[in-house]
Design a protein around this ligand. Sequence first.
Ligand code: G3I
Length: 363
Amino acid sequence: MPTPPAPTPPANGAAGAGTPGLGVLGLRRGVTFGTAVQGGWLDTEPAYAAMVAAEAALLVPEWEGKWSALQPQEGRFDFAPLDRILRFGLRHRRQVRGHALVWHQAMPDWLLTALAEGPQRARAVLEAHIATVLDRTRRQVRDWDVVNEVVADVAGSDTPQAGPGELRDSPWLRALGPGYIDLALRLARERDATLRLVLNDYGTESDEPWSLEKRRRLMRLVRGLLERGVPLDAVGIQGHLQMSERFSPEGFRAHVEELRSLGLAVLITELDVREAPRIAPDIAQRDAAVAERVQSFVAAGLAGGVRTVLTWGLSDRESWLLRDPDVARRDGAQHRGLPFDEERRRRPMWQALADAFATLPER
Ligand code: G3I
């Protein structure tokens, strides 16, 4: 099973001169730590770029690797936004992972039209996209989220896309049937024999009934893929944690171990934290609660065999949790779910990640 090249340890951490960043601390324990980035900010915001360079050994494009960015019109590919991140990765000798070839969001209108024209047309546009994108990024990107968020949500969870079956009801499913997942993975493998092929999803992190059911659905999907000989190297567990949800480290570790027992790598790919509707009045108490959940979650994942951990951004200033109205707080407060605050100061979650890495032996 292919693994991406080892990253170059980042420089001193953003936390302060002489303080190793999370990327360095992780590498000392065999963990690759990284984060989602936006190329525009890397190019135009020196403080943002310095924080990323100081903390992340691995980068993932927040939106620049999606269909709407890469192929906004049929046959017209635009790699310029993604190239900003690839150039930064080359300059700082950091790995870049790919996200996401097939997803039910970030789909341009022309693609939705094409998918509705029937399975032959759908397969043709899928094949052309995968071939072009993998060929163009192959030298630098050795790990792609080939399919993203394909398991249907379960009634009761806070995401409305609970589907009729166990797979998300999406334009892909409607165009190609359940085999679209097999097809995407097979096309990626045919195009690149050593690329690490990842199936990435969310909602299996907690002990809530809907999360436990989604774990079962994910396992059934993954076992079926492997039984059919579909190429799959890893599962990404996004890790958008919700403090309102019950969490048991033992249960999550067992979930990771079950995936690992199938010969798959397991990554935490999009870690951040949404606080519960009712929060403590005291910032220090809020940050401590978030840090405790993060340390418990990441340590359990590492104990289960996770060795790649990415946050979905590094500081509140860039977080979708503050930008996206679907997840932003409605009480006037702001989520505090990343390792750095809006001023890019380290917060207890930073230390929680460092402490979780330190549960593994030094290499
Ligand atoms: O498209 C414009 C682009 O033309 C412009 O140059 C750029 C300038 O900043 O902005 C782009 O706009 C938005 C982009 O975020 C950057 O802010 C897109 O319209 C908007 O759709 C995009 O939202 C992203 C979203 O996925 C959809 O791609 C969020 O940043 C990103 O945090 C979110 O991430 C998803 C993961 O991919 C999958 N898991 C859930 C996670 C959160 O929803």
